[in-house]
Design a protein around this ligand. Structure first.
Ligand SMILES: Cc1cc2nc3c(=O)[nH]c(=O)nc-3n(C[C@H](O)[C@H](O)[C@H](O)COP(=O)(O)OP(=O)(O)OC[C@H]3O[C@@H](n4cnc5c(N)ncnc54)[C@H](O)[C@@H]3O)c2cc1C
Length: 468
């Protein structure tokens, strides 16, 4: 058999790239270091309950009939039936700042009306800005352009700009303070023009469906197969080495493990080059399983609440372990048609500081966690709960189970340097590297989130592998 396309990482971009390639009968091998696929978006069991690790909401909602929208294009490219894929649209989300709030749903008119109500002087400006966004090609390779400054050419109120930036940033910006205009457009389309939904079932059902489809097309996956280096010959990658010492020959390689980690696998790896690609934004995520949530006076008409309590909004790595002054609160049951489960979830995300968490864990033995780290986790979770209770009401008495993951957890399970969920601030939009048969897909190529990661995998296979 000829040497396969080897895909590093079995997250959503790796699975999508694998399916796209395997559907043409071409040899494809995914190497995943963990025991199950999914990467940042996976699941685990505790006390017989399934916990999703990433999923708040999927972005890029499209009804089955809207053929040209990214979600449906993705399904066609993967040869999957969109009509058999159940989706639940969001109920609605809110952006809350000290000065005011804005609501949005998957129907843009809701946001327009709120802007008309809260920022009447910006209503016409917003319409023009939307036209500009719709016409902007985010994948044209061009120099970095400030989203803040570009938005300010259209919108005369800086508060409105901050309030539009905040959800787009916390759901997909690897950069502090500002955002590249291309990234802004990708996220604006994904969240505000197309919108949020949840697939029917859990993330496990989605992953199982993708994996089964991939295997059915003849693709292969190896789990617990950590890639430790890439061996080169001339200008190409010749073999992929596993931590076990095994060598696997390859025709091409697509890496979804992030740019810094990919640089680290290469013989000419320089720490400065890896550092240049390392993002600074990481997060702490709390997951609560709550009984009787429906009977509590807890805000229940929202899917996601993006709150910021700071007078001066700034998206950046906090100086402390976490910043409870800003975050996202997500209710995974608050999607249309899901009903009220007996045990509901509440998920909360705050910006967090990776180096401080790492420092706390210094000296921990054998991959374990230090007492100081575990204590800090408890204290931070308690502070977070107090803060969000002021916004949504108090449910602490009804918590049946909770779990917290820190930037160290994210780094461990995704391989993303410094737990930078959204990867590098330097995106490699064409996916090319210095090696002719090595390409980057996933977060560091520039598409973000679940649908984005999958689109990235498919696009890189189309552009670089199927045309070869
Ligand atoms: C807390 C949290 C909440 C999120 N919520 C949402 C959400 O609600 N909606 C949404 O759309 N997105 C969400 N995301 C983001 C989304 O999960 C990611 O954008 C997407 O899953 C990225 O997919 P990926 O395949 O590019 O990367 P990853 O998921 O990081 O996959 C990379 C894979 O590579 C593997 N790997 C790493 N190093 C190696 C190696 N050396 N050898 C072999 N394998 C390796 C990893 O184990 C991993 O499986 C969330 C993320 C987090 C952390």
């Amino acid at each position: 058999m000829s040497a396969p396309l080897v895909i590093l990482g079995g997250g959503l971009s790796g699975l999508a790239a694998g399916i796209r390639h395997a559907r043409f009968g071409r040899p494809t091998l995914i190497l995943e270091k963990h025991l199950r696929p999914g990467g940042l978006n996976s699941y685990y069991y505790r006390h017989g309950l399934l916990f999703e690790t990433g999923l708040h909401a999927m972005t890029n909602y499209a009804s089955a009939g809207a053929r040209s929208l990214p979600l449906n294009r993705l399904f066609r490219q993967l040869k999957l039936s969109r009509r058999n894929f159940t989706t639940h649209e969001q109920i609605g989300s809110e952006v809350i700042f000290p000065q005011t709030y804005l609501r949005f749903t998957n129907d843009l008119s809701v946001l327009r009306e709120d802007i008309q109500r809260q920022f009447p002087h910006c209503a016409a400006e917003f319409t023009e800005f939307i036209e500009f966004i719709r016409a902007y090609d985010p994948f044209q390779v061009r120099p970095w352009l400030s989203a803040r400054q570009t938005a300010a050419r259209f919108l005369s109120d800086p508060l409105l700009i901050d309030m539009l930036l905040w959800p787009l940033m916390i759901y997909g910006n690897s950069q502090e303070h500002d955002m590249d205009m291309g990234q802004f457009v990708i996220m604006f389309q994904a969240l505000l023009l197309e919108g949020f939904f949840r697939p029917g079932g859990t993330i496990k059902d989605l992953l199982d469906m993708l994996l089964e489809h991939y295997l059915g097309l003849g693709g292969r996956i190896r789990l617990r197969a950590e890639v430790s280096s890439l061996k080169t010959r001339g200008n190409g990658i010749q073999t992929v080495s596993l931590a076990s010492g095994e060598e696997i020959s390859c025709a091409q390689v697509i890496s979804t493990i992030g740019a810094p980690a990919t640089v680290g696998l290469l013989p000419d790896s320089l720490p400065q080059r890896a550092a240049a690609y390392t993002g600074r934004m990481s997060f702490m995520e709390s997951i609560y399983i709550v009984s009787g949530l429906a009977d509590l006076p807890v805000k229940d008409d929202c899917t996601c609440i993006f709150y910021n309590n700071h007078q001066d909004f700034d998206y950046c790595r906090p100086d402390s372990l976490i910043d409870v002054g800003m975050g996202v609160i997500n209710f995974p049951a608050n999607f249309q048609g899901i009903g009220t489960p007996e045990l509901a979830q509440v998920r909360v995300t705050h910006p967090a500081n990776y180096p401080l968490w790492l420092e706390l864990n210094r000296g921990a033995k054998g991959g374990g966690r230090s007492g100081r780290y575990l204590e800090a986790k408890e204290t931070c979770a308690a502070r977070s709960l107090t803060e969000i209770s002021k916004i949504i009401g108090n449910f602490s008495e009804n918590i049946v189970y909770d779990d917290v993951f820190t930037p160290l957890t994210i780094a461990h399970y995704s391989g993303k340097a410094e737990g930078a969920v959204y990867g590098s601030p330097l995106k490699i939009k064409d996916g090319r590297t210095n090696y002719e048969n090595l390409f980057i897909a996933g977060t560091d190529q520039g598409y973000l989130g679940i649908v984005g990661a999958m689109l990235s995998g498919v696009t890189m296979v189309n552009q670089h592998i199927l045309t070869a």
